[in-house]
Design a protein. Structure first.
Ligand SMILES: [Zn+2]
Length: 207
């Protein structure tokens, strides 16, 4: 029988913290047991030290798709040959530590109709809360990454739109899958902030 593991993968089996690497080019290959293998030729460096990552195994990562169906992916566990840190490789349809697909969260936080999103009201409220607490930070990280890559300049700061979401869209555009385009560079540069304690605190976290 197929068992679903909907725990966010924020630690390995020994409870040591792990970080993520996000893939943007991949195929999901379904197995007879309805587990999807993530197949990709993409090779990302270690987010912490730029070292070479080597595959050391795999693990299941469950999530809820846009229709509310539970899916299970088989993702790769990678170890850095330099700093020895372990990373989990996630396809960009997911957001680290979140149980629903990126596109569901995106629809909610960009104010599209939530009627099409298969999530309960408290989950939707948490996403909004999460995004409003992170948006400013994410806009700042995207700006600093763009600065480092020479894609923007400090002078551009004077033209920044007031809303954090508008500032985010300045970097990644507002077309479909914009949240995936935010998550990937931020995670792969090791700037993703884990907000799991707020995520799990239930009533206390909701106010
Ligand atoms: Zn490393």
């Amino acid at each position: 029988m197929l068992r679903y593991h909907l725990q966010p993968c924020n630690s390995d089996t020994q409870g040591r913290p792990t970080t993520m690497v996000i893939l943007s080019e991949y195929d999901l290959v379904e197995t007879p047991k309805r587990v999807f293998f993530v197949r990709s030729g993409e090779q990302n460096p270690c987010p912490v030290c730029d070292g070479l990552l080597k595959v050391i195994g795999s693990r299941r990562r469950g999530y809820m798709d846009g229709l509310g169906d539970r899916k299970v992916l088989m993702i790769r566990r990678l170890r850095c040959s330099l700093c020895k840190k372990i990373h989990h490789e996630l396809p960009d349809l997911l957001v680290p530590y979140k149980r629903h697909e990126s596109k569901s969260i995106e629809a909610v936080v960009s104010g599209e109709s939530t009627l099409t999103v298969a999530a309960d009201e408290s989950t939707i409220r948490r996403w909004k809360q999460w995004f409003s607490s992170q948006a400013d930070y994410l806009a700042g990280v995207l700006f600093s990454i763009a600065l480092r890559l020479g894609m923007t300049s400090v002078e551009d700061v004077s033209d920044l739109p007031p809303s954090p979401l508008q500032r985010i869209w300045q970097h990644v555009g507002n077309a479909h899958r914009w949240l995936a385009r935010v998550v990937r560079p931020v995670v792969n540069a090791n700037f993703w902030v884990q907000t799991r304690s707020a995520f799990l605190s239930g009533k206390n976290g909701l106010k």
